[in-house]
Each structure stands twice: as structure tokens, then as C-alpha cells.
Design a protein around this ligand. Structure first.
Ligand code: ANZ
Ligand code: ZN
Length: 824
């Protein structure tokens, strides 16, 4: 009988679907929720997807076989820019483009044989889903967590939309790589900053997350402790407030910098000689985005304002500058500059010839300002700092803050780098923001019972100008929910990260038409026990989801505060050492591999080639090898089938040495595979162990005559082999299971338990060392104690020969391992 993957895979996929083998519902069994990050329906699955979903599928099937009630859903993150770009380029409506992609990718997923409960499929672009995304917006709005404000926002001129800070990478648009500019716009924000401290504190609860992801989140939230201090503006009844984390340097301030966009700047420069020059600088800065502006590589640049400020601690009068490296949106937007101890200030001071003043001396060295090549940023001892002289700088921080507060110069302050989440997008293909503007009533939220606010279809896609929705008459004109007069609908849609911040909750109760999810469902299923996806989502998606979960918790909709208990970030799929990607042109398509070798081979290769968190190098030979391995499994089981058909129980009293040996391998493999999958997700080593078991079975087959083969032992081997391989190669194992005449699906079987007795070897090999060097190996009964082992080693002929009449000084015997004989 031949391994015909084409026939087998199709047959079982159809049957699983028909019999709903992977359908789940809430029950009283212990649950396990395994989730892979849902894909954007770009058109076709790529190898990265295959890897992500194969990893999740092994976990899901393994947990199911270990008795858990497993939720393993799939859906589509289906709003977003590419659909609109396709519409602009090819004249296809984003809706049609998206749904035909979903159809195709769903078919491809089914061809991979992933064990999803397809009855729980969600698509964020479906009105049944985005209705609840809009509902989420309304809840946040009601609770003061959604607000609108005018501000300079990141603007991508090529995508003609605003971008969240997180979507600007090195000053460029994350999607199209164009330079990001600035634009003054009224936008909607979610108040994620209200949760900054909790998002930071609760990272500690995330034991099952990779440290690197936790660190990335920590840095993104960016908590810092410092102090705000007022500096009086000389000759004006005004002061400017700085934020500093280094008050220990405050006696060394030699100038001051204010962000060009700061609201007080106009007033400060009015009427000064420098006014014109300053205004030119302000205009120039407007169109540069802050990431590019403040990058370490960007040259420091600024202008003098014509104003001086006074240091409250020592009375020094220092010049006030505008400069590119200070941001309006962080701290107070004003920085006290200490060029001797801050590198940015040092560079600026060199360029504009500003004075240096050392206030921290390294231990035992005297800094000379004329010889300094860079700022001294380490810990040292205070000098030129009045009554704080001689104090170690890290200790001076607290003391100086106390003094500042005591004197009323300012107060302690904690700052976060995290900004509120800008969610408005000037795009069509997204969830409309459910708000109506009325001339009389102002901003009015759409009443919940009127949701969803449906995306209209009479829209033109030009790719320029304001939101495409603004051109839809049927959409824009809407009755004010308060007074009934005609108002205007909000024409922006939500950032697609809003849609993906709560989808894991919808899966727990996907058909609920009255609520986004029932509390009973989330109480049972949440949190997600194992989340799996790319590290590229380490900040945005995960932080936003954590924020949503906490906000929903505080509103009483969910009991838990963290959505994802364990997180696995899978490595990339590489080919020839670089990431597989369309732009590089080194793509191997999953369909091509499935066609040539079958889905089981594709899955097995991907899981075998590398541990899940590590990058994986594509290898055609590796794929070949996996295909041959499945055939090898197939053939040996085929050969054993007639023998094991009516095998009975194992009779432990009548086992031969060879039976014991193979039983050792079988049970050792069960133990190893169970530990590798269950404890560490080391699928590659689990598969290796099964490969060794196969080798041992072939050896047994050759060595032992047919009439001496122990049928019960072979049955133990084949049963556990097929079950252990089921999570990896679900189709082939299902077919083998049925060929073995066993009832039910292999995927509903209990995971095998190993027999500890079989793991105790009667005979073991020990090492004989002479003066610490390995000289011989002996096969001895495994139960020998120290004394017996010592005797056997010393009485052995070979050992005697090696000792060669020398005096035995000492013998160290370690049962089960070695005997070391020290001679002179
Ligand atoms: C004086 C000083 C001396 C500073 C020194 C540092 C070293 P974190 O830890 O990131 O909060 N800063 C404050 N507001 C800023 C803004 N809007 N744009 C750019 N830089 C700003 O950093 C706080 C430090 O960053 C502050 O402490 C301030 O410079 C600067 F030897 O004040 B420091
Ligand atoms: Zn009104």
C-alpha cells in the first residue's frame, strides 16, 4: 500500500469538516485557549504563516489529546490600506478584493489541515464584527478614554493619512517607507496614557512572555522619575518650566532650550531682535517629524531667542535657545542644558560656542572643560554645586529634589514616553468612527442601537485628499441623534489596530448578536493560554490589546486584566540566509510544496528544521528528507499491520532482551516527546526522538525473526508512534489509525503515557577511568551498588592489564556512571 498524500489529505480534511472534529463549546472540562495572530488577507499564505499556524496546531492537538477542552480559532484582520491601494491601482472594490482573498486563504489553511473550529471564524471588515469595534469606541468615549484634539500629527504624504508614532520607523512610514511629515489636524485619541503605570507594573505578571518582548514594552512605556523646575525669564513676569531627570547637574546649566512648537515661544520672542530668525526656524521645524529631528545622527541645530532665564539655585543668568532636539510633547517641552554632562547639549554647545561648567567629577580625575571631547555622563562627585559639593551624584539627585521642593522652585514628577493612541485614519477601508457632528449639539456619539455605522459603497478611490468617505453623500449627511437636525458624520475610520485589540475576546462568543461577547464565555475561555506570532507585534498590537483588556476590565466587561498568559514569538523563515519575501524574490510558495509533497511534509519540515523561536533556513533537501521519513513510517507500520491486528496485552514476564531494548526506546521516546512538546515546545527535538524510534524499530524488524517478534510490544510501538506523530502529520496518522482498524479519530485519542518500568535498564554501560582518563567500558547489571561496582571493575581482566602492577591508591565508583581508579 502506497503513501498517497493527495488522496489521504483531501479525504480527511473533508471528513474532519463534515464531522466537526474540532468544534468546541464551553463545558466543565479544563480549557486551553491557543491562538495564532490572525493574518491580514493579502491574497496568499506565505511560509511565515505556515510556520505560525503549524506551531499553534501542534500545541492545540497536543493539549486536546491531553484532555483539555481546546479553543483554537482563526479569522481575518481584514481592514487596512492594501485593499484600498488595490482599488486605486486595479479598480477592484476593497470589499471584493478582501473577500476573494479571504476565500483563497481559507482554502489554503484548510489544505494545511490546521485544527480550527471554523464555526468561530471572524473577519474585522464584516459589519457583524465592526459593529462591536464601534461599540468599543463608544464605551471608551463614555468612560473618558476617547477624545478629540488638534495637534501636529505624523503625516505620510504617500499614503495620505496620519500615522501613530508606532507606525513611524526611523522617520519613515512603516508601510510605504516614504519620509513622514507633520500636519496640524483634529484627531481622535484613546487615552492609553491613563494606563501607563499599570501597563508597566503588570509586565511583572507575564511570566510566560519572552524577556525581550517585556523589555521592549517597558522601554516603549518609558517611565522616568525626575523633577520640574521653574526658571524665571529675565525682564518678564514669566517663567519657563523644565523637566529633568538629572537635578544633580542643575548647578552646571549654561543655557536653556525650548521646543520651537512650545505655546509660550511666540510671546517670548515678540519684539526681540531675533524674532524673524526664530519664526523661520519654527516654520522649518514644523515639517520635520520628531523622530528624524531627535535621532542621534541628526545634527543639532537651533537659534537664540534673545531671552535669558535665571537658575533658581545659583542665580546664573543663561541664554534661551530654540533647538531641534527638544520635543514639545515630552516632559514640559523645555530642557535645562548641561553640556558637560549631556552629550546632546555638549554637541550643541560646541556648535554655538556656549560655555561649559563641570559639576560632576569622576573619582580621582579632574575634568578640564577645554580638553573635554564628550560629555561625562557617569556617576561622580559634585563640585561647583554649593552645599551639595562632595556628594555622590546618584545620591545628590534625591537631596536636590528635596531642596527644590522645600524652596518652592518646583516639584517631583514622573513622566512616561508613552503617548495617547491616535486612532483616526483618513481612509475608507476601516471601521467608521461612530460620531455625528451637529451645529447645535456638537460632537454626538451614535446611539448603540444604531450600530453598525455601515461603510457606504458610493465611494471613489483617488488616493489623494481627505478621507474617501467625505465624498459619499449617503454617508456624510446624518440626523443628529440628539436634536434630529441634519448633521455630518465623522468621515475618518479607525486604525486597524483597534480591530485587532479585542478579536481574541470575540472568538470566545463569535455569534453573539446582543453583545461583543458574553461574560460567561470570557470567564471560561480567557485568558489566552498560548499566543503565537511574530516579534514585529511585540510593541503595538500587544500593548494595545493589554490596554483594551484593562479598560474592559475596569468597565466590568471582563474579569481578567491581561489577555495573553504565554507568548511565543516565532522566528523568521529564511532562504539563503535572508528573510523569505516577495521583494527579495526568494519565496517558496506553500502551495507548491503541498502539491509536490503534501501538507504533512510541509508541516513536518517547518517544525523539524528549527525550534519555534529561532529563525528557520529553508532547505529543499530538508523537505525531501521529511517526505522520505513519512514514507519510512508508512512502510514499517504497513509491514507490522498483520502482526499487530490481534495482539494482546504485554506479558512483562516473558520479554526477551531485544523486546526489553525496544520497549526502552518506545517509552523513552514517549517521555522525551511529551517533555519536549509539553514543557518547552521543542518540536524539532521531539521529532528527532521519533526518528530514532523508527530506526530502532527497523533494527528490531531485521534482528528478530518474524515468529519471535513480540506482537504486543509492536502494538505498543505502533500505537504510541502514530499518536505522537498526529499533531505533526495529522493526515497520514489519521489514515494509519484507520488502517490499523482502530475506531474514532486519532486526534481524539489520549496522549500516550510511558511505562516507568520499561525505562529501568537491567544492563547498563559504565566507564572505567584510570587516573581520570577513560580507558574502558563495561556492561554491568544496572542495580549494582558502589561496593559491587568497585569489585567488578577491579577484577576485570582488561582493568588488571591497564593497572599493570601499579599500586591502587583509591577507587571512586559512581553507580550507573563510572569507576575511577587512582594508581601510582
Ligand atoms: C538636564 C540634564 C543633564 C539631563 C544631564 C540629562 C542629562 P528621560 O530619562 O528620557 O525622561 N529632556 C527633557 N524633556 C525633553 C524634551 N521635551 N525633549 C528632549 N529632551 C528632553 O530623559 C529626561 C532628560 O531628557 C531630561 O534630563 C532632559 O535633559 C531631557 F546631564 O535635564 B536632562
Ligand atoms: Zn443636534
Amino acid at each position: 500500500m502506497h503513501y498517497n498524500y493527495r488522496e489521504i489529505e483531501k479525504k480527511w480534511q473533508d471528513l474532519w469538516e463534515k464531522e466537526k472534529v474540532f468544534k468546541v463549546s464551553d463545558n466543565d472540562k479544563e480549557k486551553y485557549y491557543v491562538l495564532e495572530m490572525f493574518p491580514y488577507p493579502s491574497g496568499n499564505l506565505h511560509m511565515g504563516h505556515v510556520r505560525n499556524y503549524s506551531i499553534g496546531d501542534v500545541v492545540a492537538r497536543y493539549k486536546k489529546m491531553n484532555g483539555f477542552n481546546v479553543l483554537h480559532p482563526m479569522g481575518w484582520d481584514s481592514f487596512g490600506l492594501p485593499a484600498e491601494n488595490a482599488a486605486i491601482k486595479r479598480g477592484i472594490h476593497p470589499n471584493d478584493w478582501t473577500w476573494s482573498n479571504i476565500e483563497n486563504m481559507r482554502r489554503q489553511l484548510k489544505e494545511l489541515g490546521i485544527s480550527y473550529d471554523w464555526d468561530r471564524e471572524v473577519a474585522t471588515c464584516h459589519p457583524d464584527y465592526y459593529k462591536w469595534t464601534q461599540w468599543m469606541f463608544l464605551q471608551l468615549y463614555k468612560n473618558g478614554l476617547a477624545y478629540k484634539k488638534k495637534s501636529f500629527v505624523n503625516w505620510c504624504p504617500s499614503c495620505t493619512t496620519v500615522l501613530a508614532n508606532e507606525q513611524v520607523v526611523n522617520g519613515k512610514c512603516e508601510r510605504c517607507k516614504s519620509d513622514v511629515g507633520k500636519k496640524d489636524l483634529e484627531q481622535w485619541y484613546f487615552k492609553i496614557t491613563k494606563y501607563a503605570q499599570r501597563l508597566l507594573d503588570d509586565i511583572q505578571m507575564l511570566d510566560g512572555w519572552p524577556d525581550k518582548v517585556k523589555t521592549m514594552q517597558q522601554n516603549w512605556i518609558g517611565r522616568s522619575e525626575g523633577v520640574e523646575v521653574d526658571f524665571k525669564v529675565d525682564g518678564m513676569d514669566k517663567s519657563v518650566r523644565v523637566y529633568t531627570t538629572r537635578p544633580d547637574t542643575i548647578y552646571g546649566v549654561t543655557y536653556m532650550v525650548i521646543a520651537p512648537e512650545h505655546s509660550i515661544v511666540k510671546e517670548l520672542i515678540a519684539g526681540t531682535e531675533q524674532e524673524k530668525q526664530c519664526n523661520e526656524f519654527i516654520e522649518k521645524m514644523k515639517f520635520l517629524n520628531e523622530i528624524a529631528r531627535t535621532s542621534n545622527e541628526t545634527e543639532k541645530e537651533g537659534v537664540f531667542t534673545g531671552r535669558y532665564v535665571i537658575n533658581p539655585l545659583n542665580g546664573d543668568k543663561v541664554p534661551l535657545y530654540l533647538a531641534n532636539y527638544v520635543l514639545a510633547e515630552y516632559g514640559t517641552g523645555v530642557v535645562m542644558a548641561v553640556p558637560t554632562h549631556d552629550q546632546r547639549d555638549f554637541e550643541f554647545s560646541k556648535k554655538y560656542n556656549l560655555p561649559l561648567k563641570v559639576v560632576i567629577q569622576p573619582d580621582g580625575v579632574t575634568l578640564n572643560t577645554s580638553e573635554m571631547k564628550c560629555a561625562f555622563e557617569e556617576v561622580g562627585f559634585l563640585v561647583n554645586s554649593d552645599k551639595f559639593n562632595g556628594i555622590k551624584s546618584d545620591q545628590a539627585i534625591g537631596k536636590i529634589i528635596d531642596y527644590i521642593e522645600e524652596k518652592g522652585f518646583g516639584e517631583r514628577k514622573i513622566n512616561f514616553r508613552l503617548r495617547d493612541w491616535l486612532i483616526s485614519r483618513q481612509r475608507y477601508w476601516g471601521a467608521p468612527i461612530p460620531v455625528i457632528y451637529c451645529d447645535d449639539c456638537g460632537t454626538v456619539p451614535v446611539p448603540e442601537e444604531e450600530l453598525p455605522v455601515i461603510l457606504p459603497t458610493d465611494v471613489k478611490f483617488t488616493g489623494v485628499g481627505e478621507s474617501p468617505l467625505a465624498g459619499s453623500q449617503s454617508f456624510v449627511a446624518a440626523k443628529c441623534p440628539k436634536c434630529g437636525k441634519v448633521g455630518r458624520r465623522e468621515v475618518d475610520t479607525m486604525d486597524t489596530f483597534v480591530c485587532s485589540s479585542w478579536y481574541y475576546l470575540r472568538y470566545t462568543d463569535p455569534c453573539n448578536s446582543k453583545e461583543p461577547f458574553g461574560k460567561k464565555s470570557t470567564d471560561y475561555w480567557m485568558p489566552v493560554d498560548q499566543y503565537i506570532g511574530g516579534v514585529e507585534h511585540a510593541i503595538l498590537h500587544l500593548l494595545y490589546s493589554r490596554f483594551f483588556m484593562k479598560a474592559l476590565h475596569d468597565m466590568g466587561y471582563v474579569s481578567q486584566e491581561e489577555p495573553f498568559k504565554n507568548l511565543l514569538t516565532q522566528g523568521m523563515v529564511l532562504k539563503d540566509g535572508i528573510k523569505m519575501s516577495k521583494s527579495v524574490g526568494n519565496v517558496v510558495s506553500p502551495e507548491e510544496i503541498i502539491d509536490k509533497y503534501g501538507a504533512d511534509t510541509a508541516r513536518l519540515f517547518i517544525l523539524f528544521a528549527s525550534p519555534p523561536e529561532k529563525d528557520l533556513e529553508w532547505s529543499d533537501q530538508g523537505v525531501e528528507g521529511c517526505y522520505r521519513f513519512i514514507n519510512r513510517v508508512w512502510r514499517i507500520i504497513d509491514e507490522f499491520l498483520p502482526l499487530i491486528k490481534n495482539a494482546g496485552e504485554i506479558d512483562k514476564s516473558s520479554l526477551t532482551e531485544q523486546d526489553k531494548e525496544i520497549r526502552y526506546v518506545i517509552n523513552y521516546t514517549i517521555k522525551k516527546v511529551t517533555d519536549d512538546i509539553g514543557e518547552r515546545f521543542n518540536f524539532n527535538t521531539a521529532i528527532s526522538a521519533v526518528m530514532e524510534l523508527i530506526n530502532a524499530l527497523y533494527a528490531y524488524k531485521e534482528k528478530v525473526k518474524d515468529e519471535d517478534k513480540n506482537k504486543a510490544v509492536l502494538k505498543e510501538a505502533v500505537d504510541s508512534l502514530v499518536i505522537m506523530l498526529a499533531p505533526f502529520i495529522p493526515h497520514a496518522t489519521e489514515e494509519l489509525w484507520s488502517l490499523m482498524g482502530r475506531s474514532g479519530s486519532v486526534h481524539n485519542q489520549q496522549w500516550p503515557k510511558y511505562d516507568t518500568e520499561a525505562l529501568v535498564k537491567d544492563q547498563i554501560e559504565i566507564v572505567v577511568q584510570i587516573n581520570g582518563k577513560v580507558r574502558d567500558k563495561l556492561v554491568v547489571p544496572s542495580k549494582l551498588n558502589q561496593k559491587e561496582l568497585e569489585e567488578i571493575a577491579l577484577s576485570n581482566d582488561k582493568t588488571k592489564e591497564l593497572i599493570d602492577g601499579k599500586a591502587v591508591v583509591k577507587v571512586i565508583a559512581v553507580p550507573g556512571r563510572l569507576v575511577n581508579i587512582v594508581v601510582k
